[in-house]
Design a binder for this molecule. Structure first.
Ligand code: HEM
Length: 529
């Protein structure tokens, strides 16, 4: 037994010695090459093979923020063999997203884009080029034009009334006990899922039933798929950074991505096929009724600069579903969590709603501009809880320089908008506090112009769905506050409410928010659509 082990042990000792020598040489080389050839931003020394991946914890925006506090607002890291630069200040955001937008407009080719987004044929993961430019133009001109968004306002308002009805039914079922505890996120996800599936797909694909072609997918299954999509699009997958290890799929993420990609494809293929059949059936009389109809019409246009194939149509539909579902629900859940921890802020919002709207009707999208305090609550929520704290990763497509530092082509770039939103140099000593009053009389907005507040990103790669996303968050939150008196369940003290985050492409609460909702408007306003 001992003689069998000996060669193995000698092997281990030799391998360890070689690894240590390699590590020392690598650390020496990386520090000298940094200073001699390129003026890279400062950062922690990388280890061989893993680089700085050992420094990234379960909440990467927080780990990276802690490192930036030491190394500065332009910081170099190495993830495996991939050079990374993180920007964590207003100036850094200006450099990456405004002044040098063209250099940082590309996306890296990561496993999630390959396996869950039709080999990068959607918009989120599409590399910079004619295909992406054309897609953005088409979205702006057709899917998200003012006219198109206005024409679908009735869908949003009907689904909102259904949400309020469902919440009031839950509460009246327990009226004798003074309200019932609701898990708010479940209602919010169902609501945004219904809105986006009606606007984008025509509405009939998510309902009770199985996933067999021809029958709708169940809401629970669909919600699971969207959650999984957000998680897998945000994770740091080892194979993306240490390519020679990718075949091992140590974390199991790639396997999950492939499985999820197939599930979405089965669903989207069915959706697209049904839409195509209606177009063929109706011929000249066909009128586009939803966004997939519009996408199919656009894809057929012979004047397109770059053809959009079927996978492209499915990829864009996936962007609509993913963008439209989780982001607004996550933001509203954070807003309600903050408000339940600050009853005085909640009371002030209700006072504004009572004064401007009164008790005889619900809040409409047009009312929002008359509700500055509610608007400020949304901005304050997006400042402290940006849905995508590191934005989506950018790839440097040409060498760039800040004057002090060089950023070589091929560098992966993150802008930590979460850290910028909490920077005391920008927001003052109370930057960590939820205080919507800070926006009173301030022109700072979330639409990509003010670099201290970037929940939707900025520049040409900014979120193309921000008008819809913002409308949904504002009007839904306003109606939740207007239609119900909210409190935490008995026994939960505001200061004890957990605010822990879970990382993915979106960062939701770890523990879903539970709260008691008691209707406060006349009963007929909860009658639903
Ligand atoms: C509260 C709601 C939303 C938030 C906070 C949000 C946030 C973001 C952020 C931070 C990005 C990355 C921008 C960057 O890289 O600089 C993004 C990209 C994107 N978002 Fe949104 N989003 C929201 C709603 C929506 C909606 C409703 C849609 C569509 C229905 C959508 C579709 C997209 C797409 C397609 C991209 C990729 C853009 C590109 O790479 O060119 N988003 N979003």
């Amino acid at each position: 037994m001992e003689t069998e082990l000996l060669p193995f042990l000698v092997g281990v000792v030799l391998a360890t010695a070689l690894l240590v020598v390699a590590a020392l040489r690598h650390r020496k080389r990386s520090s000298t090459s940094t200073s001699k050839h390129r003026r890279l931003p400062p950062g922690p020394r990388p280890w061989p093979i893993i680089g700085n991946l050992n420094l990234i914890g379960a909440l990467p925006h927080r780990s990276i923020h802690a490192l930036s506090a030491r190394y500065g607002p332009f910081m170099s890291l190495r993830f495996g063999s991939v050079p990374v630069v993180v920007g964590s200040s207003v100036d850094a955001a200006r450099f990456f997203l405004k002044t040098n937008d063209a250099s940082f407009i590309d996306r890296p080719k990561m496993a999630s884009g390959k396996h869950t987004a039709y080999d990068y044929s959607d918009i989120v993961w599409s590399p910079y080029g004619a295909y992406w430019r054309q897609a953005r133009k088409l979205w702006k001109a057709h899917l998200f034009s003012d006219r198109q968004l206005r024409s679908q306002e009735h869908v949003r308002s009907e689904e909102l009334r259904a949400l309020l009805r469902d919440l009031s039914l839950s509460s009246s079922a327990a009226a004798g006990r003074g309200g019932v505890v609701v898990v708010l996120k479940e209602h919010l996800l169902m609501f945004s899922l219904n809105v986006i599936s009606r606007m984008a797909l025509g509405g009939k694909y998510v309902g009770e039933g199985g996933t067999d072609a021809g029958s709708p997918i169940s809401p629970a299954e669909f919600r699971w798929m969207v959650d999984e999509l957000f998680l897998l699009n945000g994770v740091f997958c080892v194979g993306d950074f240490i390519p020679w290890l990718s075949w091992l799929d140590i974390q199991g993420y790639v396997g999950r991505m492939k499985r999820l990609g197939k599930m979405f494809d089965r669903f989207l293929e069915h959706v697209v096929e049904e839409h195509s059949q209606r177009r063929r059936r109706e011929g000249d009389k066909f009128v586009a009724a939803d966004m997939v109809d519009l996408l199919l019409e656009l894809a057929d246009d012979p004047k397109l600069e770059v053809p959009i194939k079927r996978d492209g149509v499915k990829g864009f539909a996936l962007d609509l579903i993913a963008g439209g579902t989780d982001s607004s629900a996550v933001t509203i859940e954070w807003a309600m969590s903050e408000l339940l921890r600050k009853p005085e802020v909640l009371a002030k919002a209700v006072e504004e709603l009572d004064g401007v709207i009164g008790h005889g009707r619900l809040v409409t999208e047009q009312d929002i501009r008359s509700l500055p305090y509610v608007e400020a609550i949304v901005k304050e929520t997006m400042r402290l809880h940006p849905v995508t704290p590191l934005l989506a990763p950018r790839l440097c497509r040409e060498d760039a320089s800040t004057g002090s530092y060089d950023i070589p082509r091929g560098t992966l770039v993150f802008v930590n908008v979460w850290a910028i939103g909490r920077d005391p140099a920008v927001w003052g000593g109370d930057a960590e506090e939820f205080r919507p009053e800070r926006f009173a009389g301030s022109a700072v907005d979330v639409k990509g112009q003010d670099l201290e507040l970037l929940p939707f990103g900025s520049g040409r790669r900014m979120c193309p769905g921000y008008v819809l996303g913002l409308k949904m968050v504002q009007v839904t939150l306003a109606n939740l506050l207007h239609a119900f008196a909210w409190r935490l369940p008995d026994g939960v003290a505001p200061e004890k409410l957990s605010m822990q985050e879970k990382f993915g492409l979106a960062v939701p609460r770890v523990v879903p928010l539970e709260a008691v909702a008691v209707p406060r408007l006349p009963a007929h306003l909860y009658a639903g659509p």
